[in-house]
Design a protein around this ligand. Structure first.
Ligand SMILES: Cc1ncc(COP(=O)(O)O)c(C=O)c1O
Length: 349
């Protein structure tokens, strides 16, 4: 067999489900169970052949994103989802053996892309009670630190980091990139894009996969100081984002009421889910995102597997630091949440 490059020997690929999830209750990947704006579907229906036979243009959507987040168009780069954005930033700034500082537990793609580049990963563990390890992070930032990763709201913890912590990190890591993943920010109500003007080392990634209900479109973006863009553009694929994704993203941003409506629905359902799960789980974390955490202790693997058999998918995150016994559950519609709660009660009876 022809050998792949040596660096891949210790890299574990992200496992995507090999079965169809469409006919299941899918509470495992934090997608939106509330769909996208009807305006997106309308706009997609209007696409015609002359739109599709040329390479996509990104100017209008980049400007719209920039206006919404009070940055310049030059600060925006569209990407094929936030995953692509993370890959681009790590690939742009990490040389072999450079240090990347990652608070854990976290989203797996940071480590995967870091491993691909041969980075030296320094994991800093969140504290018991899920508090952010600010002092440990500040102490560990040095001249050798190339990237500091922050996910806010955190995943899978679902907690928020105060802005003054972020500023402390940006100041201490002034010669490093602070990579801020804001995938879930709409659920918590605050983006820190306002800090981009002042801190040239801040790079933010966002996505249309969660609140906008467009995970299937694969659309995300990078926000960064314009001085970083020429290098970032060397790593980004020239046409990574498709024309339908651009149309969908633009229409999604035009529907101003949609986000408020979804956040409201998710908050009501989150409350309902947590209230009911507290009867069967020993700990339930409501979180600032579209998912919750429920601790089933020694029974968590059993609950996870039994739910799977019933066609209900949730994520077993028990092997992550601090997550022993926890299942991560995406907030569904009332119907889905009720089915889940009944199923868990049935399993634990
Ligand atoms: C923290 C975090 N970052 C990035 C992503 C990737 O999002 P996208 O679908 O835009 O690639 C996810 C997906 O679940 C996530 O949880």
């Amino acid at each position: 067999m022809i050998k792949a490059r040596r660096q891949l020997e210790n890299v574990h690929s992200y496992e995507i489900p090999s079965f169809t999830r469409k006919d299941k209750i899918r509470l495992d990947l934090n997608e939106s169970l509330f769909g996208c704006s009807p305006k997106v579907i309308e706009a997609l229906r209007e696409i015609n052949t002359t739109d599709l036979d040329i390479y996509p243009e990104y100017d209008l959507l980049s400007k719209k994103i920039a206006n919404n987040l009070s940055v310049k168009k030059e600060n925006v780069l569209l990407t094929n989802g936030a995953d692509d954005a993370i890959r681009i930033i790590i690939d742009t700034f990490i040389d072999r053996r450079d240090e990347i500082l990652i608070p854990v537990p976290t989203y797996s793609m940071f480590e995967l892309y870091s491993d691909l580049c041969g980075a030296w990963i320094k994991r800093i563990q969140y504290k018991e009670g899920f508090s952010f390890p600010i002092n440990d992070i500040l102490q560990n930032i040095g001249t050798w630190t190339k990237i500091v990763v922050i996910v806010n709201p955190a995943s899978p913890l679902g907690t928020l980091i105060p802005e003054d912590y972020l500023i402390k990190i940006l100041k201490k890591a002034k010669d490093s990139i602070v990579l801020l993943d804001e995938t879930y920010w709409h659920f918590a109500g605050e983006s820190h894009s306002g800090l981009l003007k002042k801190y040239k080392n801040l790079v933010i990634v966002q996505t249309f996969s969660k609140i906008f209900g467009l995970a299937g479109m694969r659309l995300g973006f990078i926000l960064a100081n314009e001085s970083l863009m020429p290098e970032i553009n060397k790593v980004a694929f020239p046409y990574a984002v498709t024309y339908p994704a651009v149309v969908a993203g633009y229409a999604a941003l035009n529907d101003k009421g949609f986000i408020k409506e979804i956040v409201k629905k998710i908050n009501i359902e989150k409350e309902f889910l947590c209230l009911n799960l507290r009867k069967s789980a020993s700990r339930v974390h409501q979180t600032k995102t579209n998912f919750i955490l429920a601790d089933f202790g020694l029974k968590s693997d059993f609950v996870h597997k039994s739910l799977f058999k019933k066609g209900i998918l949730v994520k077993n995150i028990g092997s992550m630091p601090l997550m022993d016994g926890f299942l991560r559950i995406t907030v569904g519609t009332r119907k889905e949440n009720k089915i889940l709660i009944d199923a868990i009660n049935d399993i634990l009876e």
